[in-house]
Design a protein around this ligand. Structure first.
Ligand code: NAD
Ligand code: UD1
Length: 342
């Protein structure tokens, strides 16, 4: 029997990692999830197992603990790693920057070092559209300039991209791809995995679903006086399963040896959607209402950002497929599942 290619998914119990683990298994890969559950729950791993019918391996490890992470490399023969393990709360990164630099840089530097030390090859890194800041021209392409980061979180994304680029350049044995995600939303169609924010959600869609579920009283729409068609900000909301599939496509490219040794791809839909449009679409497709009010602008928000996805479409043979309607139905189905609403 042919050996399956094994993939380490660090941070794989989290929102994007768990959906990616499902798509990897369904594409025929062996998966090892490594996570310290600092921002996730073991139920996500159980969800991955239920969806795939495969007893996906899970290791409880802090990627910042170099000795423990090293042992994981001894124990598992993966040749590729997808690194999701990071903290992601922008506001918290401003008030506690060292927490972010230590975890996001420390875990990634350990990964890169250990991949090299153990002779493993392919590294896929979770970057973000935040690297573009307030772009001068839209949509942004991978050649659009990165803007100085406005938060320590955003800075860790830029720094990790640079660490990967420089390491691949210096060490012939490594290959790297950074995927710049736009705004991931929604949940798996099974409603067995989805986003599990701790405390008050900072992101728009979980705030909408929790308001619709009666957990939050009222959604604040941060600003209706931006220079956009309806005055609210524009973003590129990408379905979580489509995003997960982009990882499979990027991994296949690295394994197959196509392209340059270090590459960057935008992963979005290419379509800008306003905050008002998103809320109204959520209400329409789910037949529920979302109590809302207009509130002042949120500090640090960019007016508009959306992706030119032609590079990923062409080179990865990937494109976003799920409609916004279906994605927002899945977000609501997941919220209801979490709350035991049906
Ligand atoms: P998440 O918090 O749901 O997942 C991250 C996972 O990493 C969690 O399960 C957490 O427990 C784990 N983790 C954190 N530090 C760890 C460590 N030191 N050792 C082991 N495990 C650790 O977040 P997510 O939304 O799935 O994001 C995944 C990645 O994608 C992050 O790097 C994030 O910055 C990046 N990203 C996310 C978004 C988004 O909107 N969700 C957008 C752009 C980029
Ligand atoms: C935010 C982060 C970004 C990070 C991404 C994913 C900031 C400034 N940016 O992106 O770095 O990569 O999350 O974690 O925090 N909105 C409301 N009401 C709400 C919540 C949001 O109106 O209660 C609006 C925001 O103003 C924004 C849009 O909804 O216009 C999307 O917000 P959000 O989901 O937080 O994502 P980003 O700000 O795009």
């Amino acid at each position: 029997m042919e050996n399956k290619h094994c993939v380490l998914v660090s941070g794989g119990a989290g929102y994007i990692g768990s959906h990616t683990a499902v798509e990897l298994v369904e594409a025929g890969f062996d998966v090892v999830i490594a996570d310290n559950l600092s921002n996730s729950d073991i139920s996500a791993v159980e969800g991955v197992r239920r969806i795939t019918g495969v007893d996906v391996q899970f290791v409880d490890v802090d990627c910042c603990d170099r000795a423990a992470f090293d042992r994981l490399f001894d124990d598992y023969g993966f040749d590729s790693a997808i690194h999701f393990a990071a903290y992601k709360a922008v506001g918290e990164s401003v008030s506690d920057p060292m927490k972010y630099y230590r975890n996001n840089l420390g875990s990634f530097m350990n990964l890169v070092d250990l991949m090299r030390a153990h002779g493993r090859r392919n590294i896929l890194f979770s970057s973000s559209a935040t690297v573009y800041g307030e772009a001068d021209t839209l949509p942004v392409t991978e050649l659009s300039p990165r803007k100085p980061a406005t938060s320590p979180y955003g800075n860790t994304k830029q720094m990790c991209e640079d660490i990967l680029r420089d390491s691949v350049k210096a060490y012939d044995s490594l290959r790297g791809i950074a995927l710049r995600y736009f705004n991931p939303i929604g949940a798996h169609p099974s409603a067995l995995i989805g986003e599990l924010p701790r405390g008050v959600p900072q992101n728009l869609v979980p705030y909408i679903t929790q308001t619709a579920a009666g957990i939050r009283e009222c959604l604040s729409i941060f600003g209706n006086d931006y220079p956009t068609p309806d005055g609210s900000c524009l973003r590129d909301y990408i379905d979580i399963v489509d995003l997960a599939k982009a990882h499979v496509a990027a991994l296949r490219r690295m394994i197959g040896g196509g392209g340059e040794r270090y590459e960057v791809f935008n992963i979005g839909t290419g379509r800008p959607v306003s905050v008002f449009e998103l809320v109204e679409t959520f209400e329409r497709v789910n037949g529920v209402s979302v109590n809302r009010k207009v509130a002042p602008r949120r500090a640090g928000d960019v007016v508009a950002v959306w992706a030119d996805t032609s590079l990923a479409n062409r080179e990865l043979g990937w494109r976003a497929e799920r409609s916004l309607d279906d994605t927002l139905r899945s977000a609501w189905a997941w919220e209801k599942h979490v709350r035991g609403m049906e």
